[in-house]
Ligand binder design. Structure first.
Ligand code: SRM
Ligand code: SF4
Length: 581
């Protein structure tokens, strides 16, 4: 749908807006269709369901039957469970793993926003699934859809680090504040199947949405909290970001950022990735109010005709930053103070063994691309289950799709390593720096938007890059390498040192020059690169970096300084030489 309308005519709302408007606060026909015995839902319900945390999908590999003809789609559902700040208990993660086995495809997926995804749930088991999530004191409500999504925050459990702890507590307050209030979720999913009673529902009056209103937001909305010294959540990639400003252990307030977002549609020139803009400073007590003001401005001024340009970044682009700030101040009820100079200057993925400040420890365990599964001798799911059952740690999910096991004793380090090794899994210390800092989105076979492989091919690419990196003597250099199966950018490839973005089947665009800090977008380097050429192409870039970097310069900073054209000329010559050798 386009937002181009004859001059003066109001833009026609998109089909999703029509579905939301008619839905009576996200109810629509979901309950009726849930009971109709068909494998899937109709179009309006499919859209509404996203706000309930689930996507109707099909296994794209079974679309074609053996004789090459189209076969009937095998519909199943992806379900995303919110984990605000990535914090959960061992019991909750165990239960999620069990649900993956009993109702899903036997795996769980830790996401780039610290949440959990299940795939392969059939329609007839959706309700059971939601009830089990609820019984587990979690929710899928607003994990997807045109609402505030899972809010991110640095997950490191450092006791006595009052700044980090207060920031994490502020996230909990904000997540509650921006949660949808509709009773639709409870009515549809949590009603007792036999008695019809909403026996598992917490009480409370049926109120309309005081923040969102009946049509919610024009598009998804994402928020994150970061520390200047630790931007592990990529705060600049979010619609709304808060950077804590602190001095001597005291939080002075937060720098507020607005309008970050990564997704692009290459065929639509009007779309672009954007880092959030620095908007102003608020004291801690104003965080909820400023967030609400920004959400409401986006609610009222975001584009409801064209979903391609409906995110907050486009609202700001259309209004202009100063007009946007003025409107936010109007909704906020007072002027915004200018930003404090504090900005992100550090990044920690929290992988490895750390003291947590109370005599205990936490262990950052790298989960490759967030997929917890058992395959052949690689029994990661079994190992994680054993760690959760036998050691009973606290658990956090990082925004790099990995796990922190918390509240450990010194002896647990060996126990964890023993369990991992017994099931064919490497410890975080045994994987390369390259693999540790890499991420891939889900892509095929479940993602309907994927044009190329990602999660399933990145491990192999890393396997072939590792010896090249070692030959160049760069084994200990940390740089982010992020791959996605399409330009929607779910693994945030556009602010990483190396971004690899699916272009078409088996071919990718390479981007260079972002950085670990996440505060700079990278630049288009090469297009339509076949998968098998990615390793030599990237090796050539790394050879250039090795040959010409300044002391202490990171890969992203080097590519940014030299420029992609300079890197390309050097790397192409090097490649031609290497091929001739
Ligand atoms: Fe995403 C759509 C997976 C983080 C930008 N994303 C999708 C869908 C739901 C595909 C669809 O619409 O049919 C993918 C489901 C695939 C599957 O089979 O599971 C999907 N996104 C993911 C996850 C699971 C990737 C991962 O490997 O972890 C992440 C779930 C996060 C969560 O827990 O909430 C995920 N997606 C992101 C991020 C990163 C972030 O938020 O920090 C981005 C870029 C930031 C941003 O939002 O701009 C992102 N996803 C998108 C977009 C592009 C949005 C845009 O404004 O252009 C889409 C497509 C859309 O919304 O139309 C999309
Ligand atoms: Fe799917 Fe594209 Fe997101 Fe990957 S980046 S999960 S292919 S929408």
């Amino acid at each position: 749908m386009s937002d181009e309308t004859p001059a003066g005519a109001p833009a026609k709302p998109s089909a999703v807006e029509v579905a939301k408007t008619a839905s009576n606060y996200l109810r629509g026909d979901i309950a009726k269709e849930l009971a109709d015995g068909l494998p899937g839902f109709g179009k309006p319900s499919v859209q509404l369901l996203k706000n309930h945390g689930t996507y109707q999908q099909d296994d794209r590999e079974t679309r074609k039957s053996v004789d090459g003809k189209k076969s009937e789609r095998q519909i199943s559902f992806m379900i995303r469970t919110c984990v605000p700040g990535g914090k959960l208990t061992a019991e909750q993660l165990l239960s999620a793993i069990d649900m993956g086995d009993e109702l899903g495809n036997g795996t769980i997926r830790l996401t780039t926003r610290q949440a959990i995804q299940h795939h392969g749930v059939v329609k007839g088991e959706l309700k059971d699934f939601m009830q089990r999530v609820h019984a587990n004191q979690m929710t899928t409500l607003a994990a997807c859809g045109d609402v505030e999504r899972n809010i991110m925050c640095c997950p490191a459990p450092i006791k006595g680090d009052t700044v980090r702890e207060q920031m994490q507590a502020k996230l909990d307050e904000l997540a509650k504040h921006l949660a949808p209030r509709t009773r639709a979720y409870y009515e549809i999913w949590l009603t007792d199947p036999d008695t019809g009673e909403q026996s598992r529902v917490a009480g409370g009056p049926d109120v309309i949405e005081p923040i969102y209103g009946p049509t919610y937001l024009p598009r998804k909305f994402k928020t994150a909290f970061a520390l200047p010294e630790d931007n592990c959540v990529d705060v600049y990639a979010n619609d709304l970001g808060f950077i804590v400003v602190h001095e001597q252990g005291k939080i002075l307030g937060y720098n507020v950022l607005a309008g970050g977002g990564m997704g692009v549609t290459p065929s639509a020139a009007k779309t672009f990735p954007a880092l959030a803009k620095r908007l102003g400073f608020v004291p801690p007590e104003d965080v909820l109010a400023i967030a609400e003001a920004i959400v409401k401005v986006q609610r009222d001024f975001g584009n409801r005709a064209d979903r391609k340009t409906a995110r907050l970044k486009y609202t700001i682009h259309t209004m202009g930053l100063e007009n946007f700030r003025a409107k936010v101040e109007e909704y906020f009820g007072k002027p915004l103070a200018p930003c404090h100079p504090a900005d992100v200057h550090g990044f920690d993925d929290h992988i490895g063994w750390f003291e947590q400040g109370d005599g205990k420890f936490f262990y950052g365990f790298n989960v490759e691309n967030g997929r917890v599964h058992d395959t052949g001798e690689f029994q990661l799911k079994t190992a994680v289950r054993r760690i959760l059952r036998e050691i009973k740690p606290g658990v956090r999910i990082t925004s790099h799709q990995s796990l922190l096991f918390t509240d450990l004793t010194a002896t647990d380090r060996v126990r964890i390593a023993d369990i991992l090794h017994a099931h064919g899994v490497k410890t975080s210390e045994e994987i390369s720096t390259l693999r540790r800092w890499s991420m891939a989105c889900v892509a095929l076979p479940t993602c309907s938007l994927a044009v190329a492989e990602s999660e399933r091919v990145l491990p192999g690419l890393i396997d072939s890059l590792e010896p090249e990196v070692a030959k160049l003597g760069l084994t200990h250099d940390a740089f982010t390498l992020r791959m996605t199966g399409c330009p929607n950018a779910c693994a945030r490839p556009y602010n990483s040192d190396i971004g690899i973005v699916g272009r078409t089947a088996g071919k990718y665009t390479i981007f260079l020059g972002g950085r670990l800090l996440g505060d700079r977008l990278n630049t288009h380097y090469k297009d339509v690169v076949p998968f098998e050429d990615l390793c030599p192409e990237l090796t050539a870039v790394l050879a250039c970096y090795k040959a010409e970097r300044k002391s202490g310069e990171t890969l992203g900073d080097f590519c940014h300084r030299k420029g992609v054209d300079g890197v390309r000329t050097w790397a192409d010559e090097w490649l031609a030489g290497a091929r001739g050798r």
